[in-house]
Design a protein around this ligand. Structure first.
Ligand SMILES: Cc1ncc(C[n+]2csc(CCOP(=O)(O)OP(=O)(O)O)c2C)c(N)n1
Ligand code: SF4
Ligand SMILES: [Mg+2]
Length: 266
């Protein structure tokens, strides 16, 4: 099968702005899905709301377009009842870490065998460019014209609170490493998170001084450096992969076996 068979090219052009990073992620995801032999029968895509959430519509897979922030409970539920499926979540940084932040904490804790690809454009793209949980401190946004007040959330730190998790940081410029990270994440037998720095030129980039999507893309080339092999922690603006211990087969938490004891109070 060809990579293009993984995409609904009859629906192109997409609704994404020209130069948006989301398409670069979709292209690499489609390539990996083709390499791994993923198809409509063995894989389901879960997306949230936001520009990123539209990816499910353009890929030739069964997909669930969930409520904003609710990708992870839907993904975990599907994995629980259909454990043989590959369950892949694609969601925006706001969707993942803000409105979906509580679900993120508990998915990391439960360690389901699902893959999360986070399109981290450091902004709420769809709604016009408001400050989100990953927006760097000091960034001018439509909701923080004097600069974002707070430090961004530490996604790597959160994911790595589970010693069996997989975390990768990459960018849409680094296509080869992104492809490797997505492939390894899908193959990882537990919670795997691929954090992809990606440009939103229209609702973030232009406001912070980039004149084109390509300028923004090239900035990832100069700003990001690969972490030394074997790193157990990535510094800001380092790309790389931090793998925990391979998890043992997940045992679903189905509650106590058998009927509750009759203690006379039932
Ligand atoms: C419950 C709920 N709250 C708020 C919104 C409005 N909303 C839609 S998309 C979005 C932010 C999207 O940002 P992100 O997840 O980073 O995705 P991006 O558009 O950047 O890809 C918000 C706040 C909504 N649709 N539903
Ligand atoms: S608003 Fe930003 S994230 Fe949304 S499609 Fe346009 S460039 Fe991409
Ligand atoms: Mg975003």
């Amino acid at each position: 099968m060809a990579v293009k068979d993984k995409l609904k090219t009859d629906l192109f052009p997409t609704i994404w702005c020209p130069g948006c990073g989301i398409g670069l992620i979709m292209q690499q995801l489609a390539t990996v899905m083709d390499d791994l032999g993923l198809d409509k029968l063995n894989t389901v895509l879960i997306t949230g709301i936001g520009c990123t959430g539209r990816m499910g519509a353009y890929m030739n897979f069964e997909s669930v377009y969930t409520l904003h922030g609710r990708t992870l409970p839907v993904a975990e539920a599907i994995k629980m009842v259909r454990p043989e499926l590959n369950v892949i979540v694609v969601s925006g940084d706001g969707d993942t870490a803000s409105i979906g932040g509580n679900h993120l904490l508990h998915s990391i804790r439960r360690n389901p065998n699902i893959t999360v690809i986070c399109n981290n454009n450091e902004i709420y793209g769809l709604t016009g460019g408001q400050t989100g949980p990953t927006t760097p401190q000091g960034t001018n946004t439509i909701s923080s014209p004097a600069g974002a007040t707070y430090s961004p959330i530490n996604l790597q730190g959160l994911v790595n609170t589970n010693p069996n998790s997989y975390y990768a940081k990459t960018t849409v410029y680094h296509q080869g490493p992104m492809r490797k990270a997505i492939k390894e994440a899908i193959e990882w037998p537990g919670f795997a998170f691929v954090d992809v720095a990606s440009q939103c030129i229209e609702n973030n980039g232009r406001r912070i001084g980039f004149s084109s999507a390509n300028d923004m893309l090239q900035s990832y080339r100069t700003e990001y450096k690969a972490a030394p092999p074997g790193s157990t922690h990535l510094e800001p603006h380092q790309t790389g992969i931090v793998k925990g211990q391979v998890p043992a087969a997940a045992v679903p938490d189905t509650g106590p076996a058998g009927a509750a004891p009759d203690n006379g109070k039932n």
